[in-house]
Design a protein around this ligand. Structure first.
Ligand code: AMP
Length: 216
């Protein structure tokens, strides 16, 4: 499958993407994960992106499109891909449309995951992420704590609160989402690709997406 997952930070895009990869071998591409990996590795890209990310701002479109032009042409994308956190602005969506046309790739669906703002705030302030860039497993200190406090169940690395998940950065990220990313909902509605999903569980969201793909 080839799809875009839209939704505010904390809507569960990453979790749903991971569930969907088990379904047909499509791969998850998260620009947030790629950028965090670059910051941790201290690459040029990481150095350019770090300050924007810490402040809860978006990284400039040119940097993101540079990453995605290369990423979408890698061989592992042939089976399908789930775009998690990209596109995030109208210029990115327009550039992606051109890129997909050039690569002769058609999207199946753009799934917009709707979650009330208060629920998002609750989820993000209690979210913890594994520091290992190869793992990046996600926990929640209330609803899904690791077996040993502060330690990843999957790889044993420390789990931490992300720099951009302090209360101040979260509220900035949500404002940024409303101003820059929410307009993509109308963009993809006009493209005839939009599916709106508001199931409270990630499994429910996954099932709604699979049902839609099977129908089309
Ligand atoms: P995420 O894990 O998807 O919430 O991304 C974390 C941070 O990475 C965001 O707050 C942005 O600073 C940056 N980022 C990720 N994806 C994009 C994108 N498509 N465009 C611009 N900035 C992005």
């Amino acid at each position: 499958m080839r799809l875009i997952l839209l939704g505010a930070p904390g809507a569960g895009k990453g979790t749903v993407a991971k569930l969907l990869t088990q379904f047909d071998g499509s791969i998850q591409i998260s620009t947030g994960d790629i950028l965090r990996g670059a910051v941790q590795a201290g690459t040029e890209l990481g150095k350019k992106a770090e300050a924007f990310m810490k402040a809860g701002d978006l990284v400039p479109d040119e940097l993101i499109m540079g990453i995605m032009e290369n990423r979408l042409q890698e061989p592992d994308c042939a089976k399908g891909f789930l775009l998690d956190g990209f596109p995030r602005t109208i210029p990115q969506a327009e550039a992606l449309k051109e890129l997909l046309k050039k690569l002769d790739i058609t999207l199946d669906v753009v799934a917009n995951i709707e979650v009330p703002r208060q629920e998002i705030l609750n989820r993000l302030t209690t979210r913890r992420t594994c520091v290992n860039t190869q793992c990046q497993a996600i926990y929640n200190v209330r609803s899904q704590p690791p077996k040993v406090e502060g330690v990843c169940d999957k790889c044993g690395s420390p789990i931490v609160q992300r720099d951009d998940e302090t209360e101040e950065a979260i509220s900035k990220r949500l404002d940024t989402y409303d101003a820059k990313t929410a307009p993509l909902i109308d963009f993809y509605r006009q493209e005839g690709l939009l599916l709106t999903v508001d199931s409270p569980s990630s499994e429910g969201v996954m099932n709604a997406i699979i049902a839609k793909i099977k129908k089309s």
